[in-house]
Design a protein around this ligand. Sequence first.
Ligand code: DC
Length: 223
Amino acid sequence: MIAVAIDGPAGAGKSTLARRLAKHKGFIYVDTGALYRAVGLKMLRNNVSCDNLKAVEELLASTELDIRFVEGEQVVMLDNENVNGLIRTPEVSMMASDCSALPIVRAFLLDMQRNLAKRNSVVMDGRDIGTVVLPDAKVKIFLTASPLARAKRRCNELLEKGMTVELTEVLKDIEQRDYNDSHRDIAPLKQAEDAALVDTTELDLDGSFELLLKTVDALAEEK
Ligand code: DC
């Protein structure tokens, strides 16, 4: 099995590029952020806050989370409900970021992620894939872009889905999430020592994919 670990901040194009890379290589694409989002959704639905660790623990104990692949696409099943269409709102994004700082939440999701990589060749994207989840991954990428470039992309994505949002609001959200994700005590967002940096600030999607593919192939050959 081969694992490509792709980490980086929100909105750097990880999921789009990782999905495309997985298709190109014939690997499974695993979006680990969706798992944190599903946990965040359940917490919002049940009015459980991150401050109440006991309630979070109880909630997790009664949570069944599963990933399925339908025609190559990842489907997140939360208590037997397909929640793919419900986990991309700004509210869930913020809750996912908040709850991902809790060790019990990270521990809850760790084995699931490792098992997926044991059974399949994967392109897995997240924040701590190269550092914690798959430290032995053959290829590690840290994919990033400037906060403004990422905010502009996210605005366009949301616009395409019919949601109107202010760039300044999105930028604020991105900066807040960057801060949260990289300052938490456990498994913070950071570049693994042996990860290659891919910066897509100045590149469009095709240019970013070309650079990513070139970098991945070079790393795979090296090892
Ligand atoms: O990639 P994303 O934006 O969908 O992830 C949502 C949140 O989940 C993100 O703010 C941080 C958290 N996350 C994490 O802590 N570790 C991962 N491997 C993936 C996501």
